[in-house]
Design a protein around this ligand. Sequence first.
Ligand SMILES: Cc1cc2nc3c(=O)[nH]c(=O)nc-3n(C[C@H](O)[C@H](O)[C@H](O)COP(=O)(O)OP(=O)(O)OC[C@H]3O[C@@H](n4cnc5c(N)ncnc54)[C@H](O)[C@@H]3O)c2cc1C
Length: 295
Amino acid sequence: MSRHAVVIGGGIIGLATCFEFQEAGFEVTLIEPDPISGATHHAGGMLAPTAEVQYQQHELVPLMRESAQLYPDLIRRVGQHTDLPTGYRTEGTLLIGADRADGQHLTELIDYVKAADLDIEPLTTRHARQLEPGLSPRIVKVAAIDGDHQLDPRLFARALYDAVLSRGAQHIREAVETITPQAVGLTSGKRVAVESTGVVVLAAGLGAAKITGWFDGEHPLQLRPVYGDIVRVRVPEALQPLTNRVIRGFVEDRPIYVIPRDDGTVTIGATSREDSPHPRTSAIHDLLRDAIRIV
Ligand SMILES: Cc1cc2nc3c(=O)[nH]c(=O)nc-3n(C[C@H](O)[C@H](O)[C@H](O)COP(=O)(O)OP(=O)(O)OC[C@H]3O[C@@H](n4cnc5c(N)ncnc54)[C@H](O)[C@@H]3O)c2cc1C
């Protein structure tokens, strides 16, 4: 008899969790009012254990590296249960320093990344522009990270959702309010029983902070929203492909990325702020200006 897993939240984490439970022989119930509507819908989709290395966070490096190594197999296995595309691409990433100070920043980052035993290769700007003619002639420093890949999060999440449903998952289109050892309580007042051998996974992103019943005292998840602006533009036919690799860089110390997609669009991101969920014209201007500085 198969065991039962209840997964709360249908973003990339919840859907991938549903998929892996099915791989392990579980019956799965997904509870999600509006699949792929959270951070997953807005994300860049860079699978970047090297470019994302942060000073003082070296404990994360083995996890990031292993996570990236798991992706090709995950993509392959999901593809056995759906025909939908994932936007998974392995051309790699170029990291750019726009001016001299950004170049110095990049030099220090290369040393830090190498010390973490991750692969990064400095290139001459001439060599980089042979690889990617769309790069600006004004950039001063470049490094190649062949192991940093990308997927299209909207496409991959849809592929996961399709695969999970095709394997028989039940989808309840409602929001969860409470979790107890016996049941998951929905906003409609209905309850989904949890078997004694069952598993409940809370993967509701920011929404997890409002779900109660599974702890004593103060809510253990003190989450706060961080918003970001991200721009998607269609590249004219004559300029296709703008680049083949993901281009990330620093422009006057501001991070910027340009992600080419299979559908001829590029995704340019991202700002990061905590004040308002609404997009800003000034942020769109800043993103386009910095992207044009490197591509
Ligand atoms: C602008 C931007 C760019 C990013 N770029 C990258 C990147 O390049 N690479 C990278 O690795 N990460 C990136 N991220 C981070 C990435 O988006 C998140 O880490 C990831 O999407 C989190 O997925 P999730 O499934 O945990 O959450 P979400 O995608 O937010 O999904 C949570 C789901 O839970 C559901 N939910 C909420 N409350 C309830 C409830 N009460 N009951 C049931 N369901 C509920 C929501 O409807 C939602 O569908 C980026 C994020 C942003 C904002």
